[in-house]
Each structure stands twice: as C-alpha cells, then as structure tokens.
Design a protein around this ligand. Structure first.
Ligand code: SF4
Length: 458
C-alpha cells in the first residue's frame, strides 16, 4: 500500500495516541539524530509521551544507519531482538526509518516481517499517517526515491533545551567512494534562507541559545537555489543573516567539505560575533593516492593550504578532522602520509574510523585491495596514541584563560558537576553550585585532561 503525501507540510492529524509512550533508537550521524528529534516531535504532537526505555514503550522508532562499521549486522541483530519485544504486547508498534530503510526496504521487510512501518528518509513527516494506516491495514512500506521540497514546519522534540540542530540542506552532490549518502539521501537540496532564519528565530523564542547548522556539505549550501535572480547565495550570506537573529548566542556548523572552503567563509567565521571559532575539516586520508581513490577532490597539499588559511584567518581557531584508517589499497607509506598531516595539522580532536565496506558504495567493490584487519588495528592504535597526546597538549593552552561557557546538562559521572562547551567546542566541566542549564557564564579554565576541560566561575 502506498499513500500520497504533500511533502512541504508534515501530516499532523488530530492527536490520536494520547497517553501512549514512544521511544526512538538512533544509529549513526547527526543528521539521523536530528531526524529522530523531528520524529519525537511528531509523536508528541500525536499525544504520545517519551518512554524512559524501549522496554516500557508502546511505539518504537528505529532510525537506521548504513555508514558506520558493522551497521547492517547491528541493525538486523537489533530487529531480531525486537521481535520478542513486539510479541510481549500485541498492541506495540515497531517502525523503521533512516538510511538502511531507504536503501534496503525489501531486505528490512524480508528479514524482519514483524516491522509495522518501513519509511524512507525523504518522507519522515508522513510517519503518523503511516502509523495510522498500519493499524487499519497491517504492515506498510513507503520509501520515496526523491524529495520534491524540504519540510518547513515539522515539530521537533529536542534532546537539549538550549542547543539545537538546524538542517540547512539535505543530500550530497559529491561521490566519495566510501560513502552511501548520495545514494540514500539523494542530491543536495538547500532550504531557503528565509525558512532557516524563521526556524532559528522560533528556536530562540523557545529557549535555544546555540544552533548547529547541519548538512552533508554545508559550505556548498545554496548552489541549487536561485534567489533574487542570483544562483549562489553563499553559505557566508546565510551565516550573516543568522548572526542577526536577536538573542541567538552561538552558531556552529557541520560538516563542511575541505574543497568547498572559501576565504570569505573563514573571514565570516572570524568576523561574525556569534559564529564560533571552530572548524571541522574532514581529511579522511593524507595520501594523495588514497584521496584520489576516495574521489575527495583535493590533494594533501591543497588540504594543508586550506588548513593554514583557517589558522591564519581565524584567531585561536579550534580544528577537528575525520580519518578513515585502512581504506582499500592503503600501504604503510600511505598511512605515513596521513600521520604527517596529523602531526602538521595539530588538530584539537580527530574522529577516527576503521574502514569497513558499505554495500552499495564503490569502495566495497575494491575487495582485492582490502587491508587486513590486524594492519588496520595497528594503524588505528598508532593514530589514536599520537592524537591523544596532541589533543592533551592542545587543550592545555586554555589553562588560565577566561572563556564563555554554555551550561548544557549535568555531567554523566556526577550530579555535582555540570557540562557544557566553550566557544571552540571543547567539553568543559564545572561545579553544579550556582549554575543551571542554559546559563552562559564566564569561567576560568583550571585543568585539562586529554578529552575535556575543568573550569571555575569568575
Ligand atoms: S561529501 Fe563525500 S563523505 Fe560527505 S556526504 Fe558527500 S559523498 Fe559522503
């Protein structure tokens, strides 16, 4: 069964599941986390209440990922366990969305026929409609191949009261050979600047202090739009508009692509008071040979040039990157090139991944060049050791400095401490005495561990 949906508006029926509980289990990236917040918002609009755990929930949404290591195995293992969860209470509803549902809808159906709704990434706002239909007609699958326009006003239930994701673009026009995003999320589509500014304004009115702009390639934002006769309202212009949103305190963005970084954007980061001095520049590999095979569109030399430009343009910039260890064909010499960039770059943090083939990507076909697991593990440990030392040294530059801290939540380890981020994005702990969630406080940094800072109020 297939329904027709109006994509620019979420389908918001009269609340019909008053008092039932829901739980959303999310795998994967920030885009999925943000989609999960939108799903939670739609469930709450339908009258449901968030459950403490999936064990006590009536409706469960599993937001799937196909990118991370062993993602498929984890997903089908999870769905296998959830068969028992469904059987414990016949009224329970199990819904599956996200990238695996988009890419492998038939496989999800055949391996887990007990799933009530399989929904793709392009039509999430139709979730309540599909849930209603599954109650009337039984299991339903709706996966659209293309999106016509971006949803503008779906409600969200945010994990944080003070910090929020704001999607500015979906999809990607690049073709990195390890990545499934272009085939499951489609080509780049940018939201209109006015919709983004309006959403930021209403977020601020509901208590949000910090927004993180979200897209697969944010610094190519807008090249598909035609506004006022111009074809490219640059990302920089969007940052400028958002910087003017009253009472918004901080703006972050992720993920940019190194090849699309322009000086004008770096200057905007330096000059716009609300845009934080934090740049994530995903390298993936330092070897030109591997970068070519990854189809990343830059060389080591070009990357280092952009990195230097960021360091020269943005005062006290905090830099982070991503590395994939063991891409097919990676030799010891290739890995040495990566370590060269790591040493030279002196990043604040590196997000490290071991290569694992994702079905449907080009790299999955390079089977004859796969690097053996032990080799990947050894390289990964070397990278981790070197970067842990660099991160620790980098964090020590903050000791004794005054910073502005946004208090976000209680520390996971102790209710006596609260946790937030300073401008550069570094996680910082502070005594819970005299501060509360949402406070922007002036602090002095007193200590640096390899992964976080400690501070006192000044
Ligand atoms: S830029 Fe490359 S890695 Fe990033 S989403 Fe697009 S294809 Fe994937």
């Amino acid at each position: 069964m297939k329904t027709t949906v109006e994509l620019s508006k979420p389908v918001l029926a009269v609340p019909s599941r008053q008092g039932l509980t829901y739980y959303v289990k999310t795998f994967g990236c920030q885009m999925n986390e943000h989609d999960s917040e939108r799903i939670a918002g739609l469930f709450e609009h339908d009258g449901m209440i968030k459950a403490e755990s999936l064990d006590v929930s009536d409706v469960l949404f599993v937001n799937t990922c196909t990118i991370r290591e062993n993602a498929d195995d984890k997903l089908y293992g999870t769905l296998g366990h959830l068969k028992k969860w469904k059987e414990e209470k016949t009224s329970r509803k199990l819904l599956v969305g996200g990238c695996a549902a988009q890419k492998d809808k038939e496989l999800v159906r055949s391996r887990a026929p007990w799933v009530d709704v399989v929904i793709g990434t392009h039509n999430l706002t139709n979730i309540i409609n599909l849930l209603n239909q599954s109650e009337d007609w039984g299991p339903i699958t709706e996966v659209l191949e293309e999106i016509e326009s971006l949803p503008t006003d779906a409600p969200s239930a945010r994990e944080s009261e003070v910090s929020a994701w704001l999607t500015i673009q979906i999809g990607c026009d690049n073709s990195c050979t390890f990545c499934i995003v272009p085939s499951v999320r489609g080509p780049e589509i940018s939201r209109r600047p006015s919709d983004i500014v309006n959403e930021a304004t209403s977020m601020v009115e509901s208590g949000v202090k910090e927004i993180t702009l979200l897209g697969q390639n944010v610094n190519s934002y807008g090249r598909d739009l035609k506004i006022d006769g111009r074809s490219k309202p640059y990302f920089t212009e969007l940052l400028t508009k958002l910087n003017d949103v009253e009472n918004l305190q901080r703006i972050r963005f992720t993920s940019p692509h190194p090849k699309d970084f322009k000086l004008v954007t770096l200057e905007a980061v330096q000059n716009l008071s609300k845009v934080t001095n934090q740049i994530h520049m995903p390298l993936q590999s330092g070897s030109n040979n591997i970068l070519r095979k990854m189809q990343r569109g830059y060389t080591q030399e070009k990357y280092l040039e952009k990195l230097q430009l960021a360091k020269d343009t943005i005062k006290n910039v905090s830099l982070t990157t991503d590395i994939i260890v063991g891409f097919p064909g990676e030799t010891d010499d290739d890995f040495k090139e990566t370590m060269y960039v790591i040493e030279k770059g002196q990043f604040d943090a590196v997000y490290m991944f071991k290569f694992s083939p994702r079905p449907g990507t080009k790299a999955a076909d390079y089977e004859d060049q796969f690097v053996i697991k032990e080799q990947i593990d050894t390289r990964f440990m070397e990278l981790k050791k070197v970067q842990t030392d660099i991160s620790h040294v980098r964090l020590q530059r903050f000791i004794g400095t005054k910073q502005s801290l946004l208090v976000e939540k209680y520390s996971k380890k102790s209710k006596e401490f609260m946790t937030g981020k300073i401008d550069g994005g570094q996680t910082t702990h502070i005594s819970a005495n005299n501060v509360k969630i949402g406070d922007f406080v002036d602090v002095e940094i007193t200590e640096a561990t390899p992964f976080a800072l400690k501070a006192i109020l000044v």
